[in-house]
Design a protein around this ligand. Structure first.
Ligand SMILES: [Zn+2]
Length: 352
């Protein structure tokens, strides 16, 4: 069986660190890399960060003006000055520049080179259409590409919303699509929203398919609706590195860390079961990548730069996930009793 999934990941090489501290009597979260402060959070809200000069950044915490001197950040020292007082130098954890990840680092470097080549995009898109057309039909190929592009566009929109630079959408023949970002996310909330916006935009394709089907009575639109619903539901499975897996990871890692580890490995087991049942060998490969991600995050959980979700954020994330999933399930159920074999196929597969 062929795997038509949608995999995406934030590929970035800068290492970020998050620390919690008290400034002017207020608890804040600081996210920084070796050169500068990336973001400052106060009560789960990102503060406006101004760059005064190369090594001087400032923000406003309540009525206090706070200046950050980042000239010695690479050596593990950060200067903090409140209301124009002399700066206090704070020791912060500093990162080694050497890449200890071995072959994983090499793989990422290969990808970095690959993603910088703009030509690849058009070539990949063409190869994707040709690939799916060869496997199925041209009509089906264009349907798949349309679903993939709308889904990926949702991710890209969400990244742009958070001010994260993107490299755009890539189509990978026989694998799916990829929305590539240039910078790392700083909060688990961003991960949730970016991950969910793919399937949420996919809901537009699904619903539009239903509407156009009844408006024109052309079966291809019903086909698009069912295909889009199936594709997006697949990506909502709580398995890393699928979109649903990112939502699960963000919520569960925001609770106690061992809850995150257990939940994510629960997803791995589910993924292996699905791979086995449907013979999706490519999914096994992606689950392996997902396992690396889980282990890596678990090991680095104490120095993770990602701002966790508070209880409210966890509940809202879970609710948003349910709403998007129910939307696609409703579209699929709508055609479940259809006489057309193709349209009712997804439901038959799932109910077996
Ligand atoms: Zn996605």
């Amino acid at each position: 069986m062929v795997f038509v999934g949608i995999i995406e990941k934030n590929f970035s090489f800068t290492i970020m660190t998050r620390i919690e501290l008290n400034v002017a009597g207020q608890p804040i979260s600081l996210i920084f890399n070796q050169q500068q402060i990336i973001q400052v959070f106060h009560q789960q809200q990102a503060l406006v960060l101004e760059s005064e000069s190369e090594h001087l950044q400032s923000c406003q915490i309540n009525e206090h003006a706070v200046n950050f001197n980042t000239s010695q950040l690479a050596e593990g020292l950060l200067g903090i000055a409140v209301n124009a007082q002399p700066p206090q130098w704070l020791e912060v954890p500093h990162q080694q520049t050497e890449n200890k990840r071995g072959w994983l680092g090499l793989a990422m470097l290969t990808f970095k080179i690959f993603k910088s080549a703009k030509v690849v995009k058009a070539a990949l898109a063409g190869a994707s259409v040709a690939g799916y057309a060869w496997l199925f039909s041209l009509e089906f190929a264009l349907m798949i590409i349309a679903c993939l592009v709308v889904h990926e566009y949702g991710h890209v929109r969400a990244m742009k919303y958070f001010g994260i630079k993107t490299k755009g959408i890539y189509l990978i023949p026989f694998v799916g699509g990829l929305a590539v970002s240039d910078e790392k996310i700083t909060t688990r909330w961003q991960d949730v929203v970016i991950s969910l916006m793919g399937p949420a935009f996919g809901l537009i394709t699904s619903v539009l398919g239903v509407v156009l089907y009844y408006a024109t009575e052309m079966e291809i639109f019903a086909g698009v609706a069912v295909l889009s619903a199936l594709l997006n539901l697949f990506n909502l499975l709580p398995i890393l590195p699928l979109d649903g897996g990112h939502v699960l990871k963000s919520i569960s890692f925001s609770m106690r860390s061992w809850v995150g580890l257990l939940a994510c490995f629960g997803g791995v087991l589910l993924g292996l079961y699905i791979s086995w049942t449907f013979g999706l060998m490519l999914l096994v490969f992606f689950i392996f990548i997902g396992c690396l991600e889980i282990v890596f995050e678990w090991r680095e959980r104490h120095i993770s730069h990602l701002l966790p979700l508070d209880r409210y954020g966890q509940i809202v994330s879970a609710l948003m996930y349910v709403v998007v999933a129910v939307g696609h399930i409703a579209v699929m159920m709508h055609f479940a009793d259809s006489d057309n074999v193709i349209l009712s196929l997804p439901m038959k597969i799932l109910s077996n």
